[in-house]
Design a protein around this ligand. Structure first.
Ligand code: GN1
Ligand code: MG
Length: 358
């Protein structure tokens, strides 16, 4: 999908005058094509949905309208969530003449996303926004949500995909990834056990974001958090996945694909600030099982995402958008370096969490 412009009929479907608007590509997501469209009255985000990853667009958009309307109804704050527009025919999305699916949402004025936390204050804000999101959705009727991507964070499923990818991979890709594959195989058993505990034990099913990385938090011009964005993966799941994925990115002062892996370490000030923002909202909601799982959650989610990048490298980059042929391998190496640091310093993480919860 090499998309650089929005087709004319999309503007018509949403009743927006193309001649009086300016559009340009927007954001750094790996999945959809996103544009910012500025008009005289209002600015919009237009998104072309990746159908390979989200084939059931009706279910996806139903979830999005359901969750965003629910949040809007229970929050008194302005911009507490995204606002999607319907087409002039009342549709939740539009299919263009090429068969691509488009959705349109309001662009919140002066709101920005960042790929990294620039300060502890920003990490705190990001934590606060996820905490509020979880808190507002704590009584949402989760059975009413469609399961958009089954087993999304289930490591057994991801590991199975990885084994298949290894079997089918080109020899040079296997060779390039050889050392990394060796280094993760020995720890996979523990991670799969942790994942199974989340999926099969008493850990409650919650309504969670499933992709709460730092660049899915919207900030205002004073770097105050506004709301969570990219709600495609909101599904019943575990707080541990969200907490872990948020720290995978927010506590990491390096890029997700940092090429010099010898530098990669998480920053405990960022991690602490995130927890200070997040935990107060959930203190009385979390079960003991969930609290026990929190210190390992960042390592666990980093392992899962690293494995998905590696699998995609072996599969010749069919899932994540890449900038160069070894991009997914570079991402995987960076994620596993971060994983090892999280594991090595887990006691430090536990101390921070417990100092805030007890
Ligand atoms: C993808 O859509 P985007 O780029 O925010 C992926 C997440 C990964 C992330 C890694 C639906 O997120 O699961 O954590 O890349 N989303 C999907 O940056 O697979
Ligand atoms: Mg996403």
């Amino acid at each position: 999908m090499g998309l650089s412009v929005i087709p004319h009929d999309v503007f018509v479907a949403y009743g927006i005058d193309e001649a009086l608007s300016q559009s340009q590509p927007h954001g750094s997501g790996h999945i959809h094509h996103t544009f910012c469209v500025k008009t005289l009255e209002r600015n919009y985000i237009f998104q072309c949905i990746n159908q390979k990853i989200f084939p059931d667009v009706d279910a996806l958009m139903e979830n999005l309208f359901h969750v965003t309307c629910y949040i809007t109804n229970c929050s008194t704050l302005k911009n507490s969530t995204l606002r999607f527009f319907k087409t002039i025919n009342g549709g939740s999305y539009y299919t263009d003449c090429q068969g691509e699916y488009w959705r349109v949402m309001e662009m919140i004025p002066y709101a920005v996303t960042y790929d990294k936390a620039l300060s502890a204050e920003m990490a705190f804000e990001a934590g606060k926004i996820l905490g509020k999101f979880h808190f507002l959705l704590r009584n949402f009727p989760s059975k009413e949500l469609h399961i958009i991507l089954p087993g999304f964070h289930q490591l057994e499923v991801r590991w199975h995909d990885f084994i298949l990818a290894m079997k089918k991979a080109k020899p040079e890709r296997l060779r390039e990834a050889g050392n990394l594959i060796q280094s993760i195989t020995s720890v996979s058993i523990d991670e799969i056990a942790f994942s199974n505990k989340i999926y099969h034990s008493a850990t409650p099913r919650r309504v969670v974001h499933n992709d709460p990385k730092i660049n899915n938090v919207l900030f205002d011009q004073h770097l105050k958090g506004i709301c969570m964005i990219d709600l495609d993966t909101v599904m019943p799941g575990s707080y541990l996945h969200d907490f872990g994925d948020a720290l995978r990115t927010t506590a990491n002062p390096f890029e997700e694909d940092e090429p010099d892996i010898s530098l990669i370490q998480f920053d405990s000030n960022l991690l602490k600030a995130y927890c200070e923002g997040y935990l107060p909202h959930l203190k009385n909601v979390l079960t003991n099982d969930e609290i026990d799982g929190l210190p390992h959650a960042p390592a666990h989610m980093t392992f899962i995402i690293g494995l998905r990048f590696l699998t995609d490298y072996l599969n010749e980059d069919v899932y994540f958008r890449i900038d160069h042929s070894k991009h997914n391998l570079q991402r995987a190496k960076a994620q596993f370096a971060l994983y090892h640091d999280f594991v090595m310093r887990e006691k430090e993480i536990k101390r921070i969490i417990h100092s805030l919860i007890n």
